[in-house]
Design a binder for this molecule. Structure first.
Ligand SMILES: Nc1ncnc2c1ncn2[C@@H]1O[C@H](COP(=O)(O)OP(=O)(O)OP(=O)(O)O)[C@@H](O)[C@H]1O
Length: 404
């Protein structure tokens, strides 16, 4: 478990009072608006800033404990740090940049040079110098350098922020591979909900220097207190599912969750594997009776738990499901015409579902928030980045359409 419970008052009047626990596996996103304190938290963990009070622990290692008088120097914390910009040494070759961290560490070399070069696809760049690389290539080298310092924890502070959309799209599969293949916890700062949805297993949401929610991604992103922070309709519904069937002839898979099943575009994972389904609110329409003569295959019955006026002519209707909530964006005119009210039983028709395949063996880290695992099992290998990304892509372009 990673435990951070710190406070820090800055000269500018900003006051951080952050309390969060993150699992020692997978990616935990620190998410929130600009200026909420994400980078400050990362700097406190790295040791480049010292809190006024509190403690920071990563597994058995105490980084900082004000009461016990412990403040581990940066080099003994053994964290890898990847910044927005790559910060490579301009006079060194790419190979020497990569080996820089490796040479200086005293930790056991569990992450090997060749494996990192292969994983990040940078073998052809080794003899070059940083100024001849693209922004995305530089960032991959920065990630490699951080990994080769054999960190116990990787800190990534908006590593894609300085890249254009195309470069971001190129680098994301490498980050997914890192997440899936290395047994290394990652604290990942972002204010892009798309990045968080694609990469994170867990989320700590910050607002005005405080952690307002922390836990497994699908739990946190469905909490109403987060709506002002993340933007009301960006997210929709996240459902943790299991792949239950494939129908290659029709190009469809079936994924099941607590309240039923969804037919989705073919998922590149075996039956039994976990998958994360994302349903945008605007892709969910409602019917008072069981829809029969409609083209939409995915229909779920639920009880309206809340109706909230949204911007413009829209309202958000929330259905309570065992698996969480399902959100539908409809016009206020439809709310009035259908007489929708909390407590009513309705049918939701889901026009499109995006499925983010998780690697086999992935489990929602929810339980780990309560009690840390005794050991950290290695995650099995995921698809290499060159695999067709269609079903992994949550951001960018139109999501793969469900059956309409
Ligand atoms: N060196 C500093 N001295 C004083 N105040 C600072 C310093 N650096 C940052 N701050 C303030 O601390 C607050 C949090 O900054 P921080 O960089 O942690 O936010 P952030 O969430 O990472 O923002 P962004 O997403 O824009 O990077 C801001 O109000 C900022 O102005």
């Amino acid at each position: 478990m990673i435990e951070i419970d710190v406070s820090l008052a800055r000269s500018t009047g900003f006051h951080l009072k952050a309390n969060l626990r993150a699992p020692e596996t997978g990616v935990t996103a620190l998410f929130g608006r600009s200026g909420c304190g994400k980078t400050t938290v990362i700097q406190l963990v790295a040791g480049s800033l010292t809190p006024d009070s509190g403690h920071i622990r990563v597994g058995d290692t105490v980084f900082y404990d004000r009461q016990a008088g412990i403040n581990l120097p940066m080099e003994q914390r053994a964290v890898g740090y990847v910044f927005q910009d790559a910060r490579l040494f301009p006079h060194m070759t790419i190979e020497n940049n990569l080996r820089y961290g490796e040479r200086r560490t005293r930790r056991p070399r569990t992450i090997q040079f060749d494996a990192v070069v292969e994983m990040l696809g940078v073998g052809h760049l080794l003899k070059r110098r940083p100024h001849t690389l693209s922004g995305g290539e530089k960032q991959r080298i920065a990630i490699g350098r951080a990994l080769l310092s054999q960190p116990r924890l990787l800190l990534m502070d908006e590593p894609l922020a300085s890249l254009d959309e195309m470069r971001k799209g190129e680098i994301l599969p490498y980050l997914e591979r890192l997440r899936d293949e290395l047994n290394l916890p990652i604290l990942y700062v972002s204010h892009s909900i798309e990045e968080v949805l694609r990469l994170a297993d867990a989320v700590a949401a910050l607002s005005d220097g405080k952690v307002i929610a922390c836990g497994p991604l699908s739990d946190v992103l469905s909490r109403p207190e987060l709506l002002p922070v993340i933007g009301r309709f960006d997210i929709g519904t996240i459902l943790d599912c299991t792949v239950t069937a494939h129908d290659p002839d029709l190009g469809l898979s079936t994924v099941s969750f607590a309240d039923g099943e969804l037919r989705v575009p073919l998922v590149g994972r075996p039956v039994g594997a976990p998958a994360r389904a994302r349903i945008r609110s605007r892709d969910v329409s409602l019917s008072l009776s069981r829809p029969m003569d409609v083209s939409v295959t995915n229909r779920i019955s639920g009880t309206i738990s809340a109706i909230t006026r949204a911007e413009g002519p829209f309202s958000e209707v929330e259905l309570a499901l065992s698996a969480g909530r399902l959100s539908s964006l409809v016009t206020q005119e439809s709310v009035l015409r259908l007489g929708l009210e909390p407590g009513m039983q309705v049918w939701a028709m889901i026009k499109a579902v995006t499925v983010d395949s998780r690697p086999p063996g992935f489990h929602s880290p929810g339980a780990e928030f309560v009690s840390p695992p005794a050991s950290r099992p290695a995650r099995p290998a995921a698809n290499p980045p060159q695999d067709p990304p269609a079903l992994r892509v949550i951001s960018g372009g139109s999501p793969p359409k469900g059956q309409t």
